[in-house]
Design a protein around this ligand. Sequence first.
Ligand code: AMP
Length: 194
Amino acid sequence: MTRLLLVGPPGAGKGTQAAILAETYGIPAISTGDMFRSNVVNGTPLGLQVKAIMEAGEYVPDALTNEIVAERLGEADARAGFLLDGYPRTLDQVNELDRILLAQNAALDVVVLLEADIDEVVGRLLKRATEQGRLDDTEEVIRHRMAVYAEQTSPLIGVYDKRNLVVRVTALGAVDEVTARIVDALAQRGISAS
Ligand code: AMP
């Protein structure tokens, strides 16, 4: 049972790596961003609530985010391990995740921090916005997302560092090179592919 978090600034390649790592380790990749986006696309009540927030590059309120994650982590496949991509992003979410895992008598194994240069990731996001027609597409919004990450999410690294859970991996380079770095770093922590 492997329980991983993938943390890093927007555009560091979390989603891409999450899909590959989920396959490699035989665990579900759980992305709050994807869950919110599909609610928006399907026009659900939650989607209607979060659409404008996402478009502005703000964080969805913790109560809503924590609720969808608690529900998802209660499902059978996630009981046997998971890779969380883009959650937790605030200290309140860290506390909620702790609570969920404690109740399941489970614990995190590793927090993978994808490290990337801000100008590099802004460039990547602008490219992706053009290619995929994402909601979060202007440079202004992208820069705002970076600022929100720096302010609200980067402090989480210190919290997990104190628990000795963080492995740092450079997000630069080809997708398979980054994957190889993560797999190596996890192997050093005694986590091997399934
Ligand atoms: P992502 O694809 O992970 O960058 O998420 C896209 C957007 O969904 C973010 O910019 C937020 O508006 C929202 N979102 C995703 N995950 C969270 C989270 N853990 N907390 C708050 N908002 C989130």
